[in-house]
Ligand binder design. Structure first.
Ligand SMILES: Nc1ncnc2c1ncn2[C@@H]1O[C@H](COP(=O)(O)OP(=O)(O)OP(=O)(O)O)[C@@H](O)[C@H]1O
Length: 272
């Protein structure tokens, strides 16, 4: 049976998604990008940070069944299917990097395609909900998606994913290429979606702003987690400050963050 909820932005309650990943390995052919990765996305907003090529997109693709994976992926205690359409039916939606809208179709048509599995009346109701949640899109309902600004297109992509009424929404670099004000707006939307009851797992390179809206975070480097924790603590951690926020002080020797920083430097050194 297909699962969907009545009220895309306002679910709340008991059935919030909890994603648990254990020992996940995935890559492309013989090239393994992720090795034995362990990660959790609890109700709320979890962000995965990391430099280019760390494996962030690969992680979302592996969860979403776009590439083969090994290991355990549990959604509320149940093994998540490996085929993408079954994963969507289980309540997982991905907004890919680059949005992948249909540029020659209107906003409404893009939203309709996002809800094509849903009966017509319910689809119309969800489009109405999307226009309530994204008032800017109502004004642009008939505009071709390809003619919209980057930020507007990103909103369409998020609204289209919400047409499946997901329990878990995965966002791949929603702020990529956007002006600072738009970045704030998009990250604010991610926060609101999480607050309304959809668990959000977001990949971001905008470290400071992402940690400011997230509940928890992970730092991924060269396919492995090098730091994790509550977003507020992570923002103050040496790993993050040193590698991403421009701090230059070394951590106190022997601390967990010092160990992570050393491991990271070694990892970087071996690729240099
Ligand atoms: N289709 C593919 N075939 C082969 N290798 C790939 C493919 N896609 C990505 N890779 C490689 O996998 C590694 C991780 O890439 P991935 O896109 O997951 O990184 P990322 O952390 O999302 O980086 P970015 O922020 O640049 O998107 C990189 O070395 C990349 O070159």
């Amino acid at each position: 049976m297909m699962w969907y909820r009545q009220d895309p932005f306002r679910l709340g309650g008991a059935n919030q998604a909890h994603l648990k990943i254990d020992n996940l390995s995935a890559g492309y052919g013989a090239f393994l990008v992720l090795r034995n990765l362990t990660l959790e996305a609890r109700p709320g907003l979890t962000v995965v940070l990391g430099p280019n090529g760390a494996g962030k997109t690969t992680l979302l693709k592996a969860i979403n069944g776009l590439i083969p994976r090994q290991g355990t992926v549990l959604l509320n205690g149940e093994e998540l299917a490996e085929k993408t359409h079954e994963i969507v039916q289980a309540g997982v939606a991905l907004v890919p990097e680059g949005r992948q809208l249909f540029p020659q179709m209107s906003v409404t048509e893009n939203l309709e395609l996002g809800g094509w599995l849903v009966p017509k009346a319910e689809r119309a109701r969800r489009i109405e909900q999307a226009f309530n949640d994204f008032p800017k899109l109502r004004e642009r309902a008939n505009q071709l998606a390809g003619t919209m600004s980057g930020g507007e297109q990103q909103m369409v992509a998020v609204a289209r994913a919400m047409m499946c009424a997901p329990r878990l929404l995965m966002l791949d670099e929603p702020s990529l290429g956007l002006a600072p004000k738009m970045v704030d707006e998009l990250l604010g939307i991610a926060r609101r979606i999480a607050d309304a009851g959809t668990t959000v797992l977001m990949v971001e390179q905008n470290v400071k702003k992402a940690l400011a809206v997230a509940d928890r975070g992970y730092v991924l480097e060269r396919g492995a987690i090098v730091a994790s924790g509550p977003a507020k603590l992570l923002a103050r951690s040496t790993v993050i400050r040193e590698a991403y926020l421009g701090a230059d002080k070394d951590p106190a020797p022997g601390t967990p963050t010092a160990a992570a920083a050393v491991a990271r430097r070694k990892a970087v050194a071996t690729t240099a």
